[in-house]
Ligand binder design. Sequence first.
Ligand code: CUA
Length: 253
Amino acid sequence: MPGRVPTTPQEAPIKTILRSKMFAHPGVVQLGPHHYRVSVVAQQFSFDPSKIVVPVNAKIDFYITSRDVVHGFLGLGTDVNAEIFPGYVSHVFATFHKPHKYLLACDQYCGIGHQHMTGEVDVVAKMPPPNASGSGKKTPGTASASLAQAGKSVFKSNCAACHQASGKGIPGSFPPLAGTVPAYAKSATRRKILPQILLYGMHGKIKAKGNSYDGHMPAWGDKLSNKQIAAVLYYVATAWSNKKAEPSQGYRI
Ligand code: CUA
Protein backbone atom coordinates (compact mmCIF):
# COMPACT_ATOMS: atom_id res chain seq x y z
CA MET A 1 0.00 0.00 0.00
CA PRO A 2 1.19 3.50 -0.67
CA GLY A 3 2.49 5.13 2.47
CA ARG A 4 1.86 8.61 3.61
CA VAL A 5 3.47 11.09 5.93
CA PRO A 6 1.94 14.33 7.06
CA THR A 7 2.98 17.48 5.27
CA THR A 8 6.37 18.60 6.54
CA PRO A 9 6.71 22.29 5.91
CA GLN A 10 10.03 24.07 5.54
CA GLU A 11 9.59 27.78 5.52
CA ALA A 12 11.63 29.93 3.11
CA PRO A 13 11.02 32.77 0.69
CA ILE A 14 9.25 31.51 -2.45
CA LYS A 15 12.11 32.65 -4.68
CA THR A 16 14.70 30.81 -2.60
CA ILE A 17 12.72 27.60 -2.85
CA LEU A 18 12.17 27.96 -6.59
CA ARG A 19 15.87 28.57 -7.17
CA SER A 20 16.89 25.54 -5.12
CA LYS A 21 18.33 22.54 -6.88
CA MET A 22 15.16 20.54 -6.38
CA PHE A 23 12.75 23.07 -7.84
CA ALA A 24 14.80 24.96 -10.42
CA HIS A 25 14.26 21.93 -12.66
CA PRO A 26 11.26 20.10 -11.25
CA GLY A 27 10.72 16.51 -12.30
CA VAL A 28 11.68 12.93 -11.55
CA VAL A 29 15.16 12.01 -10.31
CA GLN A 30 16.33 8.49 -9.51
CA LEU A 31 18.00 8.37 -6.10
CA GLY A 32 18.60 4.62 -5.81
CA PRO A 33 17.67 1.27 -7.36
CA HIS A 34 14.11 1.53 -6.06
CA HIS A 35 13.93 5.09 -4.91
CA TYR A 36 12.84 8.18 -6.85
CA ARG A 37 12.35 11.80 -5.99
CA VAL A 38 9.66 13.82 -7.70
CA SER A 39 9.70 17.59 -7.31
CA VAL A 40 6.66 19.52 -8.46
CA VAL A 41 5.87 23.22 -8.59
CA ALA A 42 2.18 24.09 -8.31
CA GLN A 43 0.86 27.37 -9.64
CA GLN A 44 -2.42 28.82 -10.86
CA PHE A 45 -3.54 26.62 -12.65
CA SER A 46 -1.11 23.86 -13.38
CA PHE A 47 1.49 21.49 -12.03
CA ASP A 48 5.02 21.54 -13.35
CA PRO A 49 5.56 18.89 -14.52
CA SER A 50 1.95 18.00 -15.27
CA LYS A 51 2.80 14.46 -16.29
CA ILE A 52 4.88 12.45 -13.84
CA VAL A 53 6.23 9.08 -14.91
CA VAL A 54 7.39 6.76 -12.12
CA PRO A 55 8.02 3.00 -11.92
CA VAL A 56 6.12 0.34 -9.95
CA ASN A 57 7.46 -1.04 -6.67
CA ALA A 58 9.75 1.86 -5.87
CA LYS A 59 9.62 4.38 -3.09
CA ILE A 60 8.53 7.68 -4.58
CA ASP A 61 9.15 10.81 -2.54
CA PHE A 62 7.09 13.75 -3.69
CA TYR A 63 8.26 17.25 -2.79
CA ILE A 64 5.84 19.95 -3.80
CA THR A 65 5.82 23.70 -3.46
CA SER A 66 3.67 26.56 -4.75
CA ARG A 67 4.61 29.67 -6.67
CA ASP A 68 1.56 31.65 -5.73
CA VAL A 69 -1.35 30.53 -3.57
CA VAL A 70 -2.46 27.46 -1.61
CA HIS A 71 -3.05 24.44 -3.82
CA GLY A 72 -3.79 20.78 -3.30
CA PHE A 73 -1.91 17.77 -4.61
CA LEU A 74 -4.21 14.79 -4.73
CA GLY A 75 -3.50 11.56 -6.59
CA LEU A 76 -6.98 10.15 -7.21
CA GLY A 77 -7.17 6.54 -6.11
CA THR A 78 -3.91 6.81 -4.16
CA ASP A 79 -2.90 7.95 -0.68
CA VAL A 80 -0.97 10.85 -2.19
CA ASN A 81 -2.61 13.93 -0.76
CA ALA A 82 -0.94 17.12 0.39
CA GLU A 83 -1.71 20.75 0.88
CA ILE A 84 0.75 22.99 -0.91
CA PHE A 85 1.69 26.37 0.51
CA PRO A 86 3.79 29.09 -1.07
CA GLY A 87 7.02 29.35 0.90
CA TYR A 88 6.84 25.76 2.10
CA VAL A 89 7.84 22.38 0.80
CA SER A 90 5.34 19.57 1.32
CA HIS A 91 6.48 15.98 1.36
CA VAL A 92 4.47 12.81 0.76
CA PHE A 93 5.67 9.40 -0.32
CA ALA A 94 4.12 6.40 -1.96
CA THR A 95 4.87 3.05 -3.54
CA PHE A 96 2.70 2.02 -6.44
CA HIS A 97 2.33 -1.70 -7.07
CA LYS A 98 0.78 -1.83 -10.50
CA PRO A 99 1.06 0.17 -13.69
CA HIS A 100 -1.73 2.68 -13.87
CA LYS A 101 -2.38 6.25 -14.90
CA TYR A 102 -3.61 8.18 -11.88
CA LEU A 103 -5.29 11.51 -12.23
CA LEU A 104 -3.66 14.28 -10.27
CA ALA A 105 -5.87 17.12 -9.12
CA CYS A 106 -5.70 20.30 -7.13
CA ASP A 107 -8.27 19.90 -4.35
CA GLN A 108 -7.91 23.34 -2.76
CA TYR A 109 -9.87 26.15 -4.35
CA CYS A 110 -7.19 28.38 -5.86
CA GLY A 111 -9.01 30.68 -8.25
CA ILE A 112 -11.09 30.71 -11.39
CA GLY A 113 -9.13 27.97 -13.16
CA HIS A 114 -9.02 25.67 -10.13
CA GLN A 115 -11.20 22.92 -11.56
CA HIS A 116 -8.92 22.66 -14.58
CA MET A 117 -5.78 22.22 -12.51
CA THR A 118 -4.99 18.60 -13.15
CA GLY A 119 -2.10 16.35 -14.04
CA GLU A 120 -1.21 12.71 -14.25
CA VAL A 121 0.93 10.22 -12.38
CA ASP A 122 1.79 7.52 -14.87
CA VAL A 123 3.02 4.42 -13.05
CA VAL A 124 4.90 2.25 -15.52
CA ALA A 125 6.31 -1.28 -15.32
CA LYS A 126 9.61 -0.05 -16.69
CA MET A 127 10.98 3.47 -16.77
CA PRO A 128 11.82 4.81 -20.21
CA PRO A 129 15.54 5.51 -20.58
CA PRO A 130 16.33 9.18 -20.00
CA ASN A 131 15.82 11.34 -23.10
CA ALA A 132 13.87 8.63 -24.91
CA SER A 133 10.68 10.61 -24.70
CA GLY A 134 9.84 13.32 -27.17
CA SER A 135 12.33 16.15 -27.04
CA GLY A 136 15.39 13.92 -27.05
CA LYS A 137 14.44 12.57 -30.45
CA LYS A 138 15.96 14.58 -33.24
CA THR A 139 13.61 15.05 -36.12
CA PRO A 140 14.77 17.00 -39.13
CA GLY A 141 12.99 20.31 -39.34
CA THR A 142 13.36 24.03 -39.43
CA ALA A 143 14.11 26.31 -36.52
CA SER A 144 10.50 27.43 -36.47
CA ALA A 145 9.29 23.82 -36.26
CA SER A 146 11.27 23.30 -33.07
CA LEU A 147 10.12 26.68 -31.77
CA ALA A 148 6.51 25.63 -32.28
CA GLN A 149 7.28 22.31 -30.62
CA ALA A 150 8.80 24.00 -27.58
CA GLY A 151 5.89 26.42 -27.47
CA LYS A 152 3.40 23.60 -27.64
CA SER A 153 4.81 21.92 -24.56
CA VAL A 154 4.84 25.22 -22.65
CA PHE A 155 1.24 25.72 -23.71
CA LYS A 156 0.15 22.23 -22.70
CA SER A 157 1.55 22.47 -19.20
CA ASN A 158 0.69 26.09 -18.44
CA CYS A 159 -2.07 27.46 -20.65
CA ALA A 160 -4.24 24.58 -21.81
CA ALA A 161 -5.99 24.21 -18.45
CA CYS A 162 -7.78 27.48 -19.09
CA HIS A 163 -7.52 28.21 -22.82
CA GLN A 164 -7.90 24.49 -23.67
CA ALA A 165 -5.68 22.40 -25.94
CA SER A 166 -7.96 23.41 -28.82
CA GLY A 167 -7.26 27.10 -28.10
CA LYS A 168 -10.99 27.62 -28.01
CA GLY A 169 -11.14 28.52 -24.33
CA ILE A 170 -14.33 28.11 -22.34
CA PRO A 171 -17.00 30.60 -23.38
CA GLY A 172 -17.67 33.01 -20.54
CA SER A 173 -14.72 31.83 -18.45
CA PHE A 174 -11.57 31.73 -20.54
CA PRO A 175 -11.29 33.62 -23.82
CA PRO A 176 -10.42 31.79 -27.04
CA LEU A 177 -6.97 32.21 -28.57
CA ALA A 178 -7.81 30.36 -31.76
CA GLY A 179 -9.16 32.88 -34.22
CA THR A 180 -8.46 35.92 -32.01
CA VAL A 181 -4.67 36.14 -31.85
CA PRO A 182 -4.00 36.78 -35.58
CA ALA A 183 -5.63 40.21 -35.40
CA TYR A 184 -2.91 41.11 -32.88
CA ALA A 185 0.01 39.22 -34.36
CA LYS A 186 -0.49 40.72 -37.81
CA SER A 187 -0.65 44.33 -36.70
CA ALA A 188 2.70 45.99 -36.04
CA THR A 189 1.35 48.00 -33.12
CA ARG A 190 -1.09 45.53 -31.56
CA ARG A 191 1.48 42.78 -31.86
CA LYS A 192 3.49 44.42 -29.07
CA ILE A 193 0.62 43.82 -26.68
CA LEU A 194 0.96 40.04 -26.82
CA PRO A 195 4.25 39.70 -24.91
CA GLN A 196 2.97 42.28 -22.41
CA ILE A 197 -0.09 40.15 -21.68
CA LEU A 198 2.09 37.14 -21.00
CA LEU A 199 4.67 38.98 -18.95
CA TYR A 200 2.32 41.02 -16.80
CA GLY A 201 -1.05 39.29 -16.99
CA MET A 202 -4.40 40.77 -17.85
CA HIS A 203 -7.35 41.84 -15.76
CA GLY A 204 -10.77 43.27 -16.37
CA LYS A 205 -13.50 43.08 -18.94
CA ILE A 206 -12.87 42.06 -22.53
CA LYS A 207 -14.93 40.73 -25.38
CA ALA A 208 -13.85 37.92 -27.66
CA LYS A 209 -15.88 36.26 -30.38
CA GLY A 210 -19.15 37.60 -29.03
CA ASN A 211 -18.64 36.54 -25.41
CA SER A 212 -17.74 38.74 -22.43
CA TYR A 213 -14.95 37.89 -20.05
CA ASP A 214 -14.03 39.41 -16.72
CA GLY A 215 -11.14 37.27 -15.71
CA HIS A 216 -7.72 37.28 -14.24
CA MET A 217 -4.90 36.08 -16.41
CA PRO A 218 -1.88 35.58 -14.18
CA ALA A 219 1.46 37.19 -15.00
CA TRP A 220 3.90 34.69 -16.45
CA GLY A 221 7.01 36.87 -16.42
CA ASP A 222 8.22 35.38 -13.16
CA LYS A 223 7.10 31.85 -13.93
CA LEU A 224 8.36 31.24 -17.45
CA SER A 225 11.67 32.20 -19.01
CA ASN A 226 11.71 34.77 -21.82
CA LYS A 227 12.56 31.92 -24.14
CA GLN A 228 9.50 29.97 -23.05
CA ILE A 229 7.28 33.02 -23.43
CA ALA A 230 8.62 33.65 -26.93
CA ALA A 231 8.07 30.00 -27.82
CA VAL A 232 4.52 29.84 -26.50
CA LEU A 233 3.62 33.07 -28.29
CA TYR A 234 4.94 31.63 -31.50
CA TYR A 235 2.93 28.49 -30.92
CA VAL A 236 -0.27 30.37 -30.14
CA ALA A 237 0.17 32.56 -33.21
CA THR A 238 0.65 29.58 -35.53
CA ALA A 239 -1.50 26.80 -34.03
CA TRP A 240 -5.10 25.84 -34.84
CA SER A 241 -6.86 28.25 -37.17
CA ASN A 242 -4.23 30.89 -36.41
CA LYS A 243 -1.98 29.37 -39.06
CA LYS A 244 0.63 31.72 -40.40
CA ALA A 245 -0.43 34.65 -38.27
CA GLU A 246 3.19 34.82 -37.33
CA PRO A 247 5.68 35.76 -40.07
CA SER A 248 8.57 33.43 -39.26
CA GLN A 249 11.16 34.46 -36.75
CA GLY A 250 9.05 34.62 -33.63
CA TYR A 251 9.10 37.04 -30.74
CA ARG A 252 11.92 38.81 -28.97
CA ILE A 253 11.18 39.26 -25.30
CU1 CUA B 1 -4.75 24.90 -7.59
CU2 CUA B 1 -7.07 24.54 -7.06
